[in-house]
Design a protein around this ligand. Structure first.
Ligand code: NAI
Length: 329
């Protein structure tokens, strides 16, 4: 098959070329949008990343070009209009799991870096300022961490933090008994988790139920000086409310690998541009905010798995075999 790979970042190109043997790849660095969909002309399949737009108008355009398959290089699919894909007869498959450890480890890296103020210490020392004032952290041991969503990633975060000697609270409609037995995880409701946790970490999908679950009201219920870490999806958090919480000290630190308006910023070099997003501009002024550009998944192992499963999904379609990773409405 001929496959147009949109948002083919430099960091993943060699992994894709190595894994996908049976198909002809057209690596396109630009994002898929209504304006760029035409670049897929002559291709049977299109492969997209989380920052690509696979909404109805884009899918209609791809369908008119003869595209029949959409191979997602992600687990999340909230950027795809599955209903429209089904109407148009476009099959969609994803990479359901690549490396939960990669995301869990990055989450804990954000917690430690914020707690022990590593970015600040690093910048200071480069300026030959070896003073320690303003760098006081806290022991993780004995602290209470609330994990919202204890699926594949949340469970790994629980395992790591158990090793640090943290008490772990969880909120998830599905109780994972093995976490209760192995790590003493205590399942409670979200309000109680907010009230009792020194750190709260989010590992659940974005849905109408979870959208803006961190908002003015829930922030008010949290412990003063709470640390929040979001490596899931930006819109779990109302960023404007978080800024207010940071300004009045209710939130003591914020780690984010995702941002609700990330599509126009993340994954690209904007160092020559004038920043137009006033919300992220304000976030960047806080010493106790640490932002990474949706890089929690970015390990060698995860990239290998994403490329291998993408190749597998394309092979299934090419050979007319059932694809276990296909998404249905
Ligand atoms: P998973 O499906 O294994 O686990 C999600 C858990 O969230 C499930 O246990 C589910 O019961 C729970 N959940 C669903 N709705 C909930 C709600 N309203 N309240 C509380 N819990 C709820 O998913 P996995 O693999 O652990 O991924 C979690 C999230 O991590 C993904 O949805 C995605 O948004 C994000 N992610 C981020 C990446 C990054 O690079 N930053 C990479 C991959 C995933």
């Amino acid at each position: 098959m001929k496959v147009s790979v949109f948002s083919a970042h430099k960091f993943e190109q060699s992994y894709l070329e190595e894994a996908v043997h049976n198909h002809q790849l057209r690596l396109i660095e630009t994002r898929l949008t209504t304006n760029t969909a035409g670049l897929a002309e002559g291709c049977d399949a299109v492969s997209v990343f989380v920052s690509d737009d696979a909404s109805a108008p884009v899918l209609e355009k791809l369908s008119r070009l003869g595209v029949k398959y959409l191979a997602l290089r992600s687990a999340g699919f909230n950027h795809v209009d599955l209903q429209k894909a089904e109407e148009l007869g476009i099959k969609v498959a994803r990479v359901p799991e690549y490396s939960p450890a990669a995301i869990a480890e990055h989450t804990v890296a954000l917690m430690l870096a914020l707690n022990r103020k590593l970015p600040r210490a690093h910048h200071r020392i480069r300026d030959l300022n070896f003073s320690l004032d303003g760098l006081v952290g806290f022991d993780m041991e004995g602290k209470t961490v609330g994990i919202v969503g204890t699926g594949k990633i949340g469970s790994k975060v629980a395992a790591i933090l158990h090793g640090f000697g943290c008490h772990i609270l969880a909120y998830d409609p599905y109780v994972n008994e093995s976490l209760v037995k192995k790590y003493g995880v205590k399942y409670i409701d979200f309000e109680e988790l907010c009230q009792s946790s020194h750190i709260i970490s989010f590992h659940l999908p974005l849905s109408p139920a979870s959208r803006y679950m961190v908002n003015k009201e829930s922030i008010k219920k949290m412990k003063k000086g709470v640390m929040l870490v979001n490596t899931s999806r930006g819109a779990l958090v109302n960023t404007v409310d978080v800024i207010e919480g940071l300004k009045n000290g209710q939130i003591g630190a914020m780690g984010m690998d995702v941002y609700e308006e990330e599509e126009d910023l993340f994954f690209e070099d904007h160092s020559e541009d004038i920043l137009q997003d006033d919300v992220i501009a304000r976030l960047l002024t806080f010493q106790n905010v640490l932002i990474t550009s949706h890089q929690a998944f970015l390990t060698k192992e995860a990239l290998e798995k994403i490329a291998e499963v993408t190749a597998f999904n394309l092979d299934c379609w090419d050979k007319n075999k059932p694809c276990p990773n296909e998404l249905n409405v």
